[in-house]
Write a new protein. Structure first.
Ligand SMILES: *Cc1c(COP(=O)(O)O)cnc(C)c1O
Length: 372
């Protein structure tokens, strides 16, 4: 079935007990045993699994083309579970342009814990190949990256990593499975912050790892999910499932609006650079066009001048909201340099835009008056 159909139906069936078309939220933490001690419905205790989380995990696995998924209480909890599934002494090659929080976890928590990291520009496939050693267990990729929208060739890196016995994981939060399916490109695991486009309404925090049931690393992630308990509540799982039902159509709107905004900004005299992989001028455009079906709803813009000029634009917007995060129906704008602190790689004149689902004319009119 096509993605639109899976988004509506996978993990979503009328309730057997009541016939309710929309599945109920099962808040129960515990499930009844039969007289012989077995669990007739398969659920025992909701930290291990529950009906709403199972539904979300089946849906995510179907959309990404995996066979299993593990849902977490945040994207960061999902990332943690993968790093915790490695052993002290293991080596990880990680994109230096990863989500700020991913790099923070790696540097502040997992380096002291004994993992060894090489951070590099994964657009350089040869550099990735040179960094792989016999101890490398994992290559951590993010494409498009945050906040520079750098594009990494996922299939080429998955292939060279596999040849050296390392797994590849892709943070697919910005693309979503509607635009990019890393498992189809040979990668082993996909990570999501479901807080963003999958939830889609800026009202839940969640994360997930998608992979294959028979993968030993995924099995360790699953075990950490159950034993560690960094899991989403049934209500949050229900909300993400609900959000995903409209994801294919929301992504069309985000992509079309972002393309229009990127084209407007690229032609504006107060703009130095627009980072949007859908523009032919973007360094990663050709690779993006080969591995993505569209270019997403995120873009960054470097305005002419310095930090003060960028902050002035952010101060003047009226339709955009000055806030962190992304993937909701409302357009957001953020000066990443000032929110990320001293280790930031974001240029001082950069603004990150999450383009929402308003009419593109209104989005562009707001950017135009803010840049005036
Ligand atoms: C938001 C985000 C995360 C972290 O997810 P949380 O749900 O905030 O924990 C990781 N990666 C990317 C690309 C993100 O945008």
């Amino acid at each position: 079935m096509k993605l639109e159909t899976l988004a509506v139906h996978a993990g979503h069936a009328p309730d057997l007990a009541t016939g309710a078309v929309t599945p109920p939220i099962s808040l129960s933490t515990t499930f009844e045993r039969a007289a012989d001690g077995t669990m007739p419905h398969g659920w025992v205790y909701s930290r291990y699994s529950n009906p709403n989380r199972d539904a979300l995990e089946r849906l995510l696995a179907a959309l990404e083309g995996g066979t299993a998924a593990a849902a977490f209480g945040s994207g960061q909890a999902a990332t943690m579970s993968v790093l915790q599934a490695l052993h002290p002494g293991d080596h990880v090659v990680m994109t230096e342009d990863a989500y700020f929080g991913t790099l923070k976890l790696a540097r502040e928590h997992f380096e002291p814990w004994g993992l060894r990291f090489t951070f590099l520009d994964t657009r350089d496939v040869d550099a990735v190949e040179r960094a792989l050693t016999r101890e490398t267990r994992l290559v951590w990729l993010e494409s498009p990256s945050n906040p520079l929208l750098a594009i990494t060739d996922l299939a080429r890196i998955a292939k060279i990593a596999k040849a050296k016995g390392a797994r590849t994981i892709v943070d697919n939060t910005w693309a979503t499975p509607m635009l990019q399916r890393p498992l189809d490109l040979g990668c082993d695991l996909v990570m999501h912050s479901t807080t963003k486009y999958l939830g889609g309404h800026s009202d839940i925090l969640g994360g997930a790892i998608v992979g294959r049931e028979d993968d030993e690393l995924f099995a360790r992630v699953r075990a950490i999910q159950g034993s560690g308990g960094a899991v989403p509540s049934p209500f949050e799982c229900w909300l993400v499932v609900r959000g995903i039902r409209t994801l294919p159509y929301r992504m069309r709107g985000h992509c079309a609006n972002a393309r229009a905004a990127a084209e407007f900004l690229a032609a504006h005299p107060k703009v130095e650079t627009v980072h949007y992989p859908g523009l032919a001028s973007h360094a990663g455009h050709a690779i993006a066009a080969s591995q993505m079906s569209d270019f997403g709803g995120m873009l960054s813009v470097q305005v002419r001048g310095g930090a003060a000029d960028a902050l002035r634009v952010a101060a003047r917007v009226e339709l955009f909201t000055r806030a962190t995060s992304l993937g909701g129906p409302e357009s957001l704008i953020e000066h990443r340099h000032s929110v990320e602190g001293p280790t930031t790689r974001a240029p001082v004149n950069l603004l990150r835009l999450s383009i929402g689902l308003e009419h593109p004319d209104d989005i562009i009119a707001d950017l135009e008056q803010a840049l005036r």
